[in-house]
Design a protein around this ligand. Structure first.
Ligand SMILES: Nc1ncnc2c1ncn2[C@@H]1O[C@H](COP(=O)(O)OP(=O)(O)OP(=O)(O)O)[C@@H](O)[C@H]1O
Ligand SMILES: [Mg+2]
Length: 619
């Protein structure tokens, strides 16, 4: 991720807005922690300055008189030292307390933000994920949250502490001697110019370094993902050459960034010492020459203050930098949280139960407030549906389908014809542009999305399994299913056979990407997962594409049993899978060009006939 570029896009106004929003978030997470932190930050800054000012009295009122007494009485001095000790102890404790509190607070905020982000992410429409890369979304959970956390736990409290210290120190210095303060300012301004120049140069190269780091990480990720393709095409040397290029660029950028940093840090670190020496010299001279007489105590205090003067300035600029970086991250997090969730105006729900003689029922709210139970029959109608993923690029054209209850409807057509898109309309991953889709006569927009999706068992074209046991993965389709239900579904889908061959059978743990299984085995598992859901309507999108024809036939038989009485949509390239369908729709570039059952379509001697007889191949 290129934070340097992101930073540039932010204006001061938008940064302040984000900061305020962040403060609100921190405040609402734990108001009392924030208040105590603020108080302790003020105490910490004040006690340091008060401690330094106290040196003046310590020297003038307690130490110098002692030198004039014949028999020195150390009592008052001991009391004064005890007071000073008290002041510094308060400072130390406050420092400890605010650091600890802000640390805890940052943890709480981080926990909350992660939670909110994940919950919100799940509510986002699929189209959001079409437009945003996964890596980019992921980096909000990693980099952005980390910098945010660091900002809350360190940068902001340190910045406030430094700013307050600086104010207190300057006031205290003025109160002691405006002449010496003026002198310190001049020295400081001179060194500031040098430091500023070096900081600008080094921060530029640090940004370049960050960018190069992002590039090399992105490159590595891509190469890792494509490792097998690289090996298959023996592209290792090219891949290494690409890596070398990024690595060399990164080395150069880091080299430059560090050259400036190595000059900068010693200068910044020693500026305080330089100021100290000069003030000691000038202060001593004034005390002797008496053109601006200063007591010995005041010089002592002033020297102490001058040390505290340069330090916060260096810190402030450093912390400002990291705050600006973190605000860019915060903005990206808030951006995700501000994305509109999927719209769901549906009030028709679905419930399981045999009250009206069917397994599943619609609960349709009536005008008088009562709820009418209507059995789910699975009658699905597409009425002149048009759809485009991207405006101006229509994908589906005037699609009309009448899938009567219990029908097996097949969609065939070339790659990219729009088959998966049609199933996406039905489960409302996307909303149609015009036309109407009804489910048992109810427009699907009136059905609550969760319930609509719960009424459909879907085997998606892209198989995805989750890290966990085989048992968990099948049960994903219906968390209430018993172990026996799982075995049953696995037997029906013929997954049972390969599961038995695994070392730990149903308890075998598989990777999130199913890395240890074959494509076909993964498909069998996702069919079992859909079967166990036992829902009124099934959509199978290339569910058996990677399964050998013999197993496919067996799966088919099991599935036909299961599908009996249910409406089902089957998408398949292999026509043998769909010949027994009640209705076959032939799709071409988003148009339905032929429809009918197998025999009718063969008689038409059109596109389907050509496909079936092998005169036309589906690419
Ligand atoms: N998320 C998306 N954003 C934009 N266009 C998309 C998106 N998904 C698919 N398309 C486009 O819509 C068209 C239809 O795609 P679809 O996935 O429905 O094809 P398909 O018939 O299922 O093909 P296949 O047999 O390869 O699975 C294609 O031209 C594709 O490029
Ligand atoms: Mg598809």
């Amino acid at each position: 991720m290129d934070q340097a570029i992101d930073n540039k896009k932010q204006t001061t106004g938008s940064r302040i807005k984000i900061l305020m929003r962040l403060l609100k978030l921190v405040n609402s997470t734990s108001p009392w922690m924030l208040i105590i932190s603020m108080i302790t930050i003020v105490l910490a800054a004040a006690s340091n300055v008060i401690g330094s000012l106290f040196i003046e009295r310590l020297i003038n009122d307690y130490i110098i008189p002692l030198t004039k007494e014949k028999v020195p009485n150390y009592g008052p001095l001991a009391t004064a030292i005890a007071v000073m000790f008290g002041i510094y102890t308060i400072g130390f404790l406050s420092n400890y307390l605010f650091n600890m509190l802000m640390g805890v607070l940052a943890q709480k905020v981080q926990f909350r933000v992660r939670n909110e982000m994940f919950t919100h992410m799940e509510s986002l429409p699929i189209s959001y994920f079409d437009q945003n890369e996964f890596g980019d979304i992921m980096s909000r959970y990693t980099n952005d949250i980390d910098t945010l956390m660091q900002m809350i736990s360190q940068s902001i409290p340190q910045f406030t502490n430094s700013a307050l210290s600086l104010t207190f120190v300057v006031v205290a210095m003025f109160s002691l001697s405006w002449q010496l303060t003026g002198f310190s300012f001049i020295i400081f301004a001179m060194s500031f110019v040098i430091v500023r120049f070096l900081t600008l140069r080094s921060s530029h190269y640090f940004q370049v370094q960050q960018k190069k780091l992002g590039q090399i990480n992105g490159y590595n990720e891509e190469m890792l993902n494509g490792l097998k393709v690289i090996k298959v095409f023996s592209h290792e040397p090219e891949s290494k050459a690409g890596f070398d290029k990024y690595n060399e660029e990164l080395r150069q950028a880091s080299g430059k960034a560090n050259t400036y940093a190595t000059i900068l840090f010693p200068i910044m670190g020693n500026m305080g010492n330089l100021l100290y020496v000069l003030i000691a010299f000038v202060g001593g001279a004034t005390a002797i020459n008496a053109w601006a007489p200063l007591s010995l105590g005041a010089i002592g205090s002033f020297l102490q203050l001058s040390k505290q003067f340069s330090m916060p300035i260096a810190q402030i600029s450093q912390q400002l930098n990291s705050i600006v970086m973190a605000l860019a991250g915060a903005e990206r997090i808030f951006n995700l949280e501000d994305q509109a969730s999927e719209v769901d105006n549906g009030d028709v729900t679905i419930s399981r139960g045999a009250e009206v003689g069917s397994m599943w029922n619609w609960n349709v709210p009536e005008k008088d407030g009562s709820v009418k139970k209507v059995p789910v029959r699975g009658h699905i109608i597409f009425d002149h549906v048009n759809f485009s993923y991207v405006p101006e690029h229509p994908i589906l054209h005037d699609i009309s389908i009448n899938a009567k209850p219990g029908m097996k409807v097949a969609l065939v057509g070339e790659t990219g014809a729009g088959k998966t898109t049609i199933s996406n309309m039905w489960n409302r991953f996307y909303d149609i542009d015009s036309g109407k889709i009804t489910y048992d006569g109810i427009p699907i927009k009136q059905i609550k999305k969760d319930d609509l999706r719960r009424s459909l068992s879907i085997v998606l074209q892209e198989t995805h399994l989750f890290t966990g046991t085989i048992m968990d993965n099948i049960r994903f389709g219906n968390p209430e299913a018993s172990d026996d239900d799982v075995y049953q579904a696995a037997k029906l889908s013929h997954a049972d056979e390969f599961i038995h061959d695994l070392d730990h059978g149903y308890d075998t743990v598989i990777d999130g990407d199913g890395g240890d299984l074959s494509q076909g085995q993964m498909q069998l598992l996702s069919i079992a997962r859909a079967m166990i859901a036992d829902e009124p309507v099934m959509i199978l999108d290339e569910a058996t594409s990677s399964i050998d024809t013999k197993t496919e036939k067996m799966v088919q038989a099991g599935m036909d049993n299961l599908l009996a009485g249910r409406t089902s949509f089957v998408i398949a390239h292999r026509l043998s899978t769909i010949v027994n369908s009640d209705l076959i729709l032939v799709l071409d570039h988003g148009h339905i060009i032929e429809s009918g059952n197998h025999e009718e379509l063969l008689k038409q001697k059109g596109y389907y006939y050509e496909l079936y007889t092998g005169k036309k191949e589906i690419q």
